[in-house]
Design a protein around this ligand. Structure first.
Ligand code: V47
Ligand code: SF4
Length: 400
């Protein structure tokens, strides 16, 4: 799109979404087609340099991320992120018809932030049999689900064949769904039990039906945070290595960042830089999803919930920092339906999906619904002035 057509497009979309708002924003250097000055308002003068970079498509650095995190100009930051978001996706806001499946909560990693996992033999521990999985899928067979999102704990009793059985069963019951399964942490574990190299493990899983990885397991790509919160889980170097091998095998993946616990703003900024550097090499990441820490029933229950202010900032700063990621998701499970809807104006272009039965965050005190209908998601998007677009896992649009 040329600069001129982009500027008028931007103005049109803003006016369409907010028809009653007089278009007075004055940070573009060009006058708009109707003579009014277009500007993205920022009230924090310290953000002027960042604004210029954003307008001129210049990559932000870690210091810029810190400056944004330290600023209270949430509206200004939102405007900048919205500018980038609209340039990429116009008025479209994506969602997917998906089903979550958690195959076990038995886990030997004992991450301090986790309310989901249980030790073997504990009363609430569970591991689904292949027949359980078959039933869970069959119960929903009438629904037009296009993606199965499947993750679980690190349960040493499960053999590699069990995981292949999970994938094959899903493909048998729903041959057309995309299986987005196993975080890099699980893939690392599977490489340990398969008797194969990491590359061959990935190829075997791919042959059994694996197509994409969810973003979890990275938490915050920081050795300090890992030492304190999840020392048994793979560190950031291995996480990045596993993901790079996933991408090299032709699979895509998402990336997440768990925030709102002990991480510093510098560590958040560094997380973006590390993800962005890998994406420059592989181009295999699809979406980034900030995950708000929920502390209930965890070993860190004294930590208060994240604020709406911080939730929106993380979305917006992610959009500004991750210039090589196509999509930023506002995961409604974590931040609630209402804030996720608002986040669409702060840089997010995707709400994730129907989900159907979320466990990990609800065990940690999430108060959002456990699932949403397609109509409800469409309604949330439309009510905020965006155009709902149902997508598959690879962001192909689904015409229904
Ligand atoms: O890595 C665990 C997080 C992640 C808590 O790729 C918690 O589309 C908050 O990967 N409070 C797994 N978060 C979830 C995940 C995911 C979720 C949604 C979409 C996608 C995607 C991926 O859940 C873990 C961890 O960071 N988590 N415990 C908690 N108490
Ligand atoms: Fe296990 Fe994942 Fe929970 Fe950590 S976050 S304890 S790896 S289930």
């Amino acid at each position: 799109m040329s600069d001129d057509s982009y500027f008028s497009y931007y103005e049109e979309t803003i006016n369409a979404v907010q028809p009653k708002v007089k278009f007075e924003v004055g940070l573009f250097t060009k006058p708009s087609s109707n003579g009014r000055k277009m500007e993205l308002i920022i009230t924090d003068n310290q953000l002027t340099g960042i604004k210029e970079k954003v307008l001129n498509d210049i990559r932000l650095d870690a210091d810029d991320a810190l400056m944004l995190y330290k600023s209270y100009d949430i509206i200004g930051i939102g405007h900048l992120a919205d500018f980038v978001r609209r340039k990429r996706h116009g008025k479209k806001a994506f969602f997917v018809y998906n089903q979550h499946l958690n195959y076990t909560n038995v886990c030997i990693n004992h991450c301090r932030f986790c309310a989901y996992s249980r030790r073997k033999g504990q009363p609430e521990s569970f591991t689904l049999s292949i027949d359980d999985v078959r039933k869970k899928l069959s119960d929903r067979i009438a629904e037009p689900i296009t993606e199965i999102h499947m993750v679980g704990g690190i349960n040493p009793e499960l053999p590699f064949d069990y995981y292949l059985g999970l994938l094959k069963t899903i493909k048998e019951i729903r041959p057309n769904v995309t299986i987005k399964a196993f975080t890099a942490v699980e893939i690392d574990h599977l490489a340990g039990i398969s008797g194969l190299s990491l590359e061959d493990t990935i190829h075997t899983l791919k042959s059994a039906g694996l197509e994409m990885l969810p973003g979890g397991g990275a938490e915050v790509l920081s050795a300090r945070v890992r030492d304190k919160l999840f020392p048994r889980k793979i560190g950031h170097e291995r996480w990045l290595e596993v993901v790079s091998k996933i991408h090299a095998a032709g699979l895509t993946s998402n990336a997440t960042m768990l925030y709102g616990h002990i991480e510093t703003l510098e560590e958040r900024a560094n997380h973006f830089i590390r993800l962005r550097a890998l994406q420059d090499k592989t181009r295999g990441f699809t979406a980034f999803i900030p995950l708000a820490f929920h502390s209930k029933n965890t070993l860190m229950s004294e930590i208060p919930s994240t604020t709406a202010f911080d939730d929106l900032k993380n979305i917006a700063i992610a959009r500004l920092m991750l210039d090589n990621f196509d999509h930023i998701k506002a995961y409604w499970v974590m931040i609630g339906e209402k804030l996720a809807q608002t986040a669409l104006s702060f840089g997010a272009d995707d709400l994730d999906g129907t989900i159907i039965e979320e466990k990990i965050t609800h065990m940690a005190g999430a108060t959002s619904s456990k699932g949403l209908t397609r109509q409800k998601i469409r309604g949330m998007i439309q009510a905020a002035g965006w155009e709902p677009v149902e997508r598959d896992s690879f962001y192909n649009e689904i015409i229904s």
